[in-house]
Design a binder for this molecule. Structure first.
Ligand code: FUB
Ligand code: ZN
Length: 658
């Protein structure tokens, strides 16, 4: 499948990746950027003097002297950078970037040990501790990221060196892990190797990689004392990461064997990475049991534990899920990486079963939390994506040190910026999905694609003004005489839609969020018109944090109010959802955004006492409330923001008999 994105909205992001993010991140990884690296929360154990990531490789390769600096998983920043560079080259070949990326591959190759082992911390500082403290070491997590990068790099450039190194690394891991006598029967604290192995399997067809990925998945939680035992046997008792041992087994998703897991528990990124690999392995091996686990966890996330912005992870403690309907707006985590991972999970689920809701969640996470992870300049990043911020609380409430009011230039733990870069650069891989002789459209954007099927190839041109207008046109042409299938997702937010086939309105019923066509396509046009109305949402009443509040969306965008447009104390505003809205597109504001004007009230605080009697309420003034797309917030300095607004419901007199 080859898709070329031509869309103005997304091409802008892809050029930000190419022209801003990659060069900027390269400088940061080389410690050449004059920036302030912030700790993502108030925790003095977070290393934040520099990145040192490239230098770590040079030291491991013997090209430089010194010590490793940073997290044990610092290498993964370089791998994700390389993966983002690979997709960027796939989109637009660029000799200079390719030469740089080739050099990075060479450097990684020089740091790889003879037996295939790759991991600069352990090569430099602690060779005797390799694979001995897997709950903390991230060795397989980093390996997984390298495998993903290598596969992407091969896809973009045909560079076989990286894939050779990836196979050598995977083979090394295969020699050390497994059920056989003498091998380690365990798993990494942070899932990711499972994804990397699946990708290597898809590229090479080597069944050992699929089996190894399944081994890691199935071992998870099978012996949930594995980490404890490893730790007890480790002659060196110094932790590799301070404080991880205080978390429960569910933090690592090892509290139960995976087939018994049915809720989203623990560290959110780990959970969605695990699920991504499970869904991929389920499809590749026809493993219905694995798929069933994915379905249950999916339901739990989407029905009870996901924010309206597609953010996941309700607490900073362990960057974790908590419990059903617990979705606090101002202390949550909603890590950018977690939403990136949710997109991966959703896409793999869609590969298993065609249901529009998977595409809906991809869209929700992509257009909202993922995009919010980066400032419009491509050089400032959120790790945590709140739905409500009061900058003073972030500054002065020690429980909210992770809730930043503006995006830092870089973070002590820099997992999110390159993760976002690789997602944005690889979007062409998520626009469609092909299964046998049917092509399914997943995301809406201008692009051209060519799909090879066993019954001939299908060319599709998509034309749209999405995400601002709801018309999407597909032009389809095939070669070959047999019928092919084409299916389009109907976004969950669309209340009404029409479908035209070569200019004639047709009545097509949707099935699980998709409408289907099977034809011999000869310059045919399918035009969909979704009503892109402004929607007002309420949360399930069991979500304590959102009771009595409303959130507004239009198309794929969730909206928010910012202090700069609405003044201070956003909690004093009440939205009158019945009063109607005005929508306009402002090309000058925030790189071009659709603005929503709503009618509402501002409560006037009573001066004086902290508490006063109900009948002594202060007044309210009518006011206009300005809402902007959530992703664009915090690009105009430090200010307040909130997604869920208080609602003004008409007061009904209620007579209580004496
Ligand atoms: O542990 C590696 C990465 O660092 C995780 O995915 C993020 O959540 C952060 O903890
Ligand atoms: Zn992250």
């Amino acid at each position: 499948m080859a898709t070329k994105i031509t869309d103005a909205f997304w091409r802008r992001y892809q050029s930000i990746v190419k022209n801003e993010m990659l060069p900027y991140q390269w400088k940061v990884l080389n410690d050449e950027a004059d920036i302030c690296i912030e700790r993502e929360r108030d925790d003095s154990s977070i290393p934040n003097e520099k990145s040192h990531a490239i230098e770590n490789f040079k030291i491991a390769a013997g090209q430089s002297a010194g010590n490793h600096y940073g997290w044990v998983f610092q290498d993964s920043d370089v791998y994700k950078w390389l993966e983002a560079a690979a997709y960027t080259l796939e989109n637009d070949m660029d000799q200079e970037l390719k030469e740089l990326a080739d050099k990075v591959v060479d450097l990684i190759g020089s740091a790889q040990e003879e037996d295939g082992y790759l991991g600069t911390y352990f090569t430099i500082e602690a060779p005797e501790r390799k694979f001995k403290r897997l709950s903390e070491s991230h060795e397989l997590y980093c390996a997984g990221h390298f495998l993903e990068a290598a596969v992407a790099y091969y896809g973009a450039t045909g560079n076989e060196k990286a894939v050779g190194m990836a196979c050598k690394l995977a083979d090394c891991i295969d020699r050390h892990f497994g059920k056989e006598e003498g091998k380690i029967r365990g798993y990494d604290g942070h899932e990711e190797i499972e994804i990397g192995l699946m990708r290597l399997f898809h590229l090479t067809g080597e069944e050992r990689y699929l089996n190894l990925s399944r081994f890691f998945l199935y071992e998870r939680g099978a012996d949930n004392a594995f980490f404890e035992k490893q730790k007890a046997e480790d002659p060196n008792q110094t932790p590799l990461i301070q404080g991880l041992d205080k978390f429960p087994l569910s933090y690592y998703q090892v509290h139960k064997p995976i087939l018994e897991q049915d809720t989203a528990e623990g560290h959110a990124v780990r959970l969605v990475y695990m699920c991504t690999a499970m869904a991929d392995a389920a499809e590749a091996s026809g493993d219905e049991k694995l798929l069933n686990v994915c379905r249950k966890i999916w339901r739990n996330i989407v029905d009870r534990r996901m924010y309206i912005t597609g953010g996941i992870g309700s607490t900073v403690i362990g960057e974790s899920f908590t419990f059903d309907y617990n979705l606090p707006n101002d202390t949550m985590y909603c890590e950018t990486c977690a939403s990136v991972g949710l997109i991966f999970f959703a896409y793999q689920m869609l590969r298993n079963e065609i249901r529009g809701e998977y595409g809906d969640v991809m869209e929700r996470a992509l257009y909202n939390t993922a995009l919010a992870g980066m400032a419009l300049d491509g050089k400032h990043f959120f790790y945590v994506n709140p739905l409500e911020v009061n900058p003073e609380s972030s500054r002065r409430d020690p429980g909210k040190s992770h809730v930043k009011a503006v995006r830092p230039e870089w973070l002590g733990c820099a997992c999110c910026p390159p993760n976002l870069a690789r997602l944005l650069a690889s979007l062409n891989h998520y626009v469609y999905l092909k299964k046998e002789t049917t092509v399914y459209s997943v995301l809406f954007m201008n692009c051209e694609s060519e799909f090879e099927t066993e019954k001939g190839s299908l060319f599709v041109r998509q034309e749209t003004e999405y995400p601002y207008k709801g018309t999407v046109r597909f032009l389809l042409r095939q070669n070959g005489d047999e019928e092919l299938g084409f299916a389009v997702r109907i976004p969950g937010w669309a209340n009404r839609y029409t479908v035209e086939w070569n200019g004639q309105i047709v009545d097509v019923k949707s099935k699980d969020g998709y409408i289907y066509f099977r034809k011999r396509f000869t310059d045919d046009t399918i035009t969909l018109q979704f009503d892109m109305e402004i929607e007002v949402w309420e949360a399930n009443p069991l979500v304590r944090a959102d009771i009595g509040k409303a959130a507004v969306s239009r198309g794929p965008f969730v909206y928010c109010a910012e202090g700069i447009d609405n003044g201070e104390n956003l909690h004093l505003l009440k939205l009158d959802a019945q009063a109607g809205f005005r929508y306009s597109y402002d090309a000058q504001l925030l790189g071009g955004v659709g603005i929503i004007k709503a009618f509402g009230y501002r409560q006037v605080p009573k001066p004086g006492a902290l508490y006063h009697k109900m009948n002594d309420l202060g007044g309210e003034t009518e006011t206009e409330i300005t809402l902007i797309p959530y992703y664009a917030w915090a690009n105009r300095g430090v200010n307040e923001m909130r997604v869920w607004m208080r609602r003004k419901d008409s007061a009904k007199p209620f007579d209580i008999p004496n």
